[in-house]
Design a protein around this ligand. Structure first.
Ligand SMILES: Nc1ncnc2c1ncn2[C@@H]1O[C@H](COP(=O)(O)OP(=O)(O)OP(=O)(O)O)[C@@H](O)[C@H]1O
Ligand SMILES: [Mg+2]
Length: 186
């Protein structure tokens, strides 16, 4: 995929399919360690240990007879190609955390892409999802909490087209400000 935000959209889809009601996304750029970290944590049904081992290894998964998807192996390939890794931690009945690292300055790292549209789309399609986004770069942080945000817009839903625009513009502006003050464009 050409943008990390599209991987994030795909990985959050897994969380929703696993019945998650809460999803926390964290994007952290650390220029000293030349590292970009993307973490997606959910409270979905989780996976047993043998499944976790399979989803992180595309070579094992392709040989099994059960249907295995491409979302996690593709993210793993994108992470590895820029000098990073993918780790999946999961506990049945508790949730799952997917963490990907990328070489921040690596030429093969895709750009973060359009996180504002990703978050607005996720909320439009899943209006009651408790979605949290944290964006940290160069000592600056932008935080977006869906429940908190909706509380300020009394009576409307994330499924409303007006709210879609408001979310998109709010996240866009927040990320832009964090990036310009932090001096790191992702
Ligand atoms: N957050 C999660 N919670 C519980 N199970 C998960 C989670 N993420 C992935 N899985 C399990 O791992 C499998 C593989 O995920 P992956 O995203 O690689 O493929 P997929 O979702 O099955 O298909 P695709 O992403 O190609 O549509 C899923 O089918 C699901 O069983
Ligand atoms: Mg998937």
């Amino acid at each position: 995929m050409k943008e990390i935000s599209l991987h994030i959209l795909d990985i959050v889809q897994n969380s929703i399919e696993a019945g998650a009601t809460r999803v926390a996304i964290a994007v952290t750029a650390d220029s000293q360690r030349d590292l970009l970290t993307v973490a997606i944590a959910d409270n979905g049904r989780g996976m047993p240990p043998d499944m976790v081992a399979k989803v992180t290894d595309p070579f094992v998964t392709t040989r099994t007879t059960r249907r295995v998807g491409l979302g996690l192996p593709l993210l793993a390939a994108t992470a590895r190609q820029s000098g990073g890794t993918l780790t999946v931690a999961s506990a049945e009945g508790e949730g799952t955390k997917v963490s990907a690292t990328f070489g921040l300055g690596n030429i093969d790292r895709p750009p973060l892409g359009d996180m504002a549209t990703t978050l607005a789309c996720l909320l439009a399609a899943n209006p009651s999802l408790e979605l949290e986004y944290r964006h940290r770069a160069g000592g600056r942080e932008f935080r977006f909490g869906a429940s908190e945000f909706l509380g300020k817009l009394d009576g409307v839903s994330f499924s409303s087209p007006v709210v879609y625009r408001v979310v998109k513009e709010h996240v866009d502006a927040g990320i832009r400000e964090a990036q310009s003050k932090g001096g790191i464009a992702l």
